[in-house]
Design a protein around this ligand. Structure first.
Ligand SMILES: *Cc1c(COP(=O)(O)O)cnc(C)c1O
Length: 239
């Protein structure tokens, strides 16, 4: 086994242990939570190792890095999640490899995704990114739509050809009333998900929690956690 493979094996085992412990603490079944490994800034060779180790969901946040990586790994049985702020001029490329776009936060993006999904004859699973630090239906600092804009955007996705409304995503806010209160933030997302599922019962994905707060996300009821650093190591520079 290479050093890198040994390292990723050990890190994955630790993360798996944390998720299992969090599920036990919350009285949830381990199968209720899906691990998505965020591979941004790390090479395709790491993605290949992760796939060998049984990882099935990977996430990226920049199309420039993700597109070539996904192409290099197209022989692997992976599902790709796009989790970064998405410019409409990158949508055609992203739709080429992404099974899920978790950062849907405005109507123009919905229109662009729908158009490209239809063109590519693909179905793209969409999660509305909720900015819990934004004013009502405004947008968040790091993308996302305010709480007041979620329903309208969800309805738009649900009606859009080529798109499937799968649920909600959030990143714990660094500012505002939820700063430093991850669990409360994730519980708020869960409440929004409950409300959404009244009109869209199949939209049951709740994506929340990263390396530092996956326990709080599992406790709140998240179905998907997005873990980068704890599996791959601290990213050099921004990412
Ligand atoms: C980078 C990133 C993650 C993973 O963060 P870590 O702290 O490295 O686990 C999760 N979600 C999004 C949207 C990200 O951009």
């Amino acid at each position: 086994m290479t050093d890198r493979k040994a390292q990723l094996t050990a890190n994955l085992a630790k993360v798996e242990e944390r998720i299992a412990a969090a599920c036990t603490a919350a009285g949830r079944k381990r199968e209720e939570v899906t691990l998505i490994v965020v591979t941004k800034t790390y090479p395709a060779s790491d993605v290949r190792i992760l796939s060998e180790l049984g990882v099935r969901h990977v996430a990226e946040n920049r199309d420039q890095d993700a597109a070539p990586k996904a192409a290099e790994c197209s022989d692997l049985p992976l599902l790709w999640h796009f989790v970064g702020q998405l410019q409409t001029n990158k949508v055609r490329s992203v739709v080429g490899y992404a099974n899920f776009v978790q950062s849907v936060d405005r109507s123009r993006l919905v229109a662009a995704l729908s158009k490209e999904a239809v063109r590519a004859e693909r179905e793209v699973g969409c999660l509305i990114q909720v900015a819990l630090d934004a004013q009502e239906s405004g947008r968040g600092e790091r993308g996302g739509v305010g709480v007041g804009g979620v329903e309208e955007l969800a309805d738009l996705v649900a009606r859009a050809p080529g798109l499937r409304l799968d649920g909600l995503m959030t990143v714990a806010p660094l500012t505002g009333e939820y700063a430093g209160r991850q669990q409360q933030a994730f519980e708020r997302l869960m409440d929004l998900s409950t409300a959404l599922r009244r009109t869209h019962p199949a939209a049951n994905m709740v994506s929340a929690g990263m390396s530092s707060d996956l326990e709080q996300a599992v406790a709140a009821g998240a179905t998907h956690v997005r873990v980068g650093t704890a599996v791959l190591g601290v990213r050099p520079g921004l990412g």
